[in-house]
Design a protein around this ligand. Structure first.
Ligand SMILES: [Fe+2]
Length: 153
């Protein structure tokens, strides 16, 4: 089954928002491989990374993220959405920021390896970077779909 069909079968009947644990379990059950997402990888256009929404309904959105070597996303939050992602290829550095009196300061940095998961909670401000010479690919799920998120430049 192709990745879009797997997502449809997992989420077409969703009737409410999903929690972070459910998002992680859902990604695990999809058993995603690089081959599954190869044809959905986008090159960066207006952003420093490529992003392709491959599934969306009222409660959930699935996005393939492609961060080329030495690139970093803008610092951003996720509005009212929670998020969970899995690194499908390469390695991701997830940088968390804290807002202290209007100034953003880095508070932590985690390396997420291929096959591992990362989570975003309401209010989290982060960026994702690829510090390796190869590409980084992730499959991210957001619930509900991203709206009203903020980018900090
Ligand atoms: Fe994010």
């Amino acid at each position: 089954m192709c990745i879009k069909a797997k997502l449809a079968s997992a989420f077409d009947s969703a009737a409410e928002r999903l929690g972070n644990r459910e998002l992680e379990e859902s990604i695990k059950s999809l058993e995603v491989t690089c081959e599954d997402i190869e044809s959905y990888i986008k090159e960066p256009e207006h952003l420093p990374y490529g992003r392709n929404c491959i599934y969306k309904n009222e409660f959930i959105e699935a996005v393939i993220i492609h961060i080329p070597a030495d690139r970093e996303t803008f610092v951003h939050d996720h509005g009212d959405s929670i998020g969970c992602g899995m690194v499908v290829e390469g390695e991701l550095t997830n940088v968390l920021y804290g807002d202290s009196e209007g100034l953003l300061q880095q508070v932590s940095q985690d390396i997420i390896k291929s096959g591992d998961f990362f989570h975003s909670w309401p209010g989290d401000i982060h960026s994702m970077k690829n510090e390796l010479p190869g590409r980084t690919l992730t499959l991210n799920l957001y619930s509900p779909p991203l709206t009203h998120y903020k980018t900090f430049k």
